[in-house]
Design a binder for this molecule. Structure first.
Ligand code: GTP
Length: 335
């Protein structure tokens, strides 16, 4: 049975200021941390043991996820004192697994509905060294580009570039033969995208592409994070991490988590989600936004395209648009 490593140690600079006090994978989309949606996806593919490879704000993961038993999983934590880069993190985390099973590595900032079970099956039946999930995008400039031959072998792997060689990109989910991970240099910063993959291709290793164009989104920017949450709420993305017991109300337009208090005259729409224990006053309108657990929205307030963090309090009749709001700050979200 395959085991997993979730890369959740990056600083999330593109999501600043949202990531100033919360690591990107712990930000809420559709009422739950991004990581929780990913664990549900891994669980669905039969993966029950996962190492969270943490570094930046590492102390915020364990209180929420614990030993994983709440999700029927075994969760372990690999903490990097200073960030080791994506490949360094994989090598470090794999030491906790000590296994000969295939190792599934997930970037911690992706929402994907691709068929992970099939990716693992193909990896094992092809006896590949690595199998990379690739997907097609219209504009590949912000991503790692992958070139594939007619047999599905990856022949080039090029990180973000102005003139991409193809619109097929690295989707951030890899299956590794554990022997490949053992060969990654330990105790120094190594990038899987910039060093490990290009080196493996150059040395003729069997690096396969698994092309699956199901729903996929990199939630690495504020705009994309809000989009991802809306997609989960409206059913465009797979929201099977949500448990009925945690939900007060869920339809195509909105999600309200249990124990939120909502005045009957408030309007929640366009894929907004209201976190548990949040309070929405009379006549308030929340549209295309994320309201985190415990936030308070005053009566008559309008919230559009915004992320209202736990502990924030929005005044009566306030008009908030494209803002990130915490208990102390109001910041514009770049468009
Ligand atoms: P940006 O700074 O906005 O690019 O975000 P990021 O820091 O998350 O970097 P990037 O999006 O390239 O990282 C892809 C995934 O790898 C994310 O899930 C990161 O959390 C994770 N990651 C990146 N660098 C490290 C690292 O040094 N250690 C660990 N454990 N994870 C990392």
């Amino acid at each position: 049975m395959a085991v997993g490593i979730l890369l959740v140690g990056g600083m999330g600079t593109r999501l600043m200021p949202l990531t100033k006090h919360t690591p990107k994978p712990m930000l809420t989309v559709a009422g739950l941390p991004v990581t929780e949606h990913q664990l549900a996806m891994a669980r669905k593919a039969g993966i029950t043991t996962v190492v969270l490879a943490t570094s930046y704000l590492s102390e915020l993961f364990t209180p929420y996820f614990g030993d994983g038993s709440k999700w029927g999983m075994k969760l372990l934590y690999a903490v990097e004192d200073s960030a080791l880069g994506t490949a360094g993190a994989i090598a470090n985390a794999a030491q906790l697994l000590g296994t000969d099973d295939s190792i599934v590595v997930l970037n911690g900032d992706v929402l994907s509905s691709h068929d992970l079970s099939e990716q693992i099956r193909q990896h094992e039946s092809n006896r590949a060294d690595v199998t990379i999930h690739v997907t097609s995008v219209e504009d590949a400039r912000a991503y790692g580009c992958v070139s594939i031959d007619s047999l599905g072998q990856v022949i080039a792997f090029l990180e973000k570039m102005e003139r991409p060689i193809s619109n097929t990109i690295n989707a951030g989910c890899y299956i590794f033969d554990p022997a490949i991970i053992k060969a990654i240099p330990g105790h120094r910063v190594v990038s899987v995208e910039r060093e490990t993959f290009p080196e493996l291709i150059d040395s003729g290793r069997k690096i396969r592409a698994f092309l699956d164009d199901s729903y996929w989104l990199d939630i690495g920017t504020p705009k994309a994070l809000l989009q991802g949450s809306r997609d989960l709420v409206t059913g465009i993305a797979d929201a099977s991490a949500l448990k009925l017991a945690d939900i007060l109300r869920h339809d195509q337009h909105s999600l309200v988590m249990a124990s939120a208090s909502l005045d009957s005259s408030a309007i929640i729409d366009c894929g907004s989600c209201i976190g548990s224990g949040a309070s929405i006053g009379a006549g308030a309108h929340v549209s295309a936004s994320i309201i985190e657990a415990g936030a308070i929205i005053g009566r008559g307030a309008t919230i559009l395209d915004s992320y209202i963090a736990s502990g924030a309090r929005i005044d009566e009749n306030a008009k908030i648009s494209a803002q990130f709001v915490t208990d102390t700050e109001f910041l514009s979200i770049p468009t």
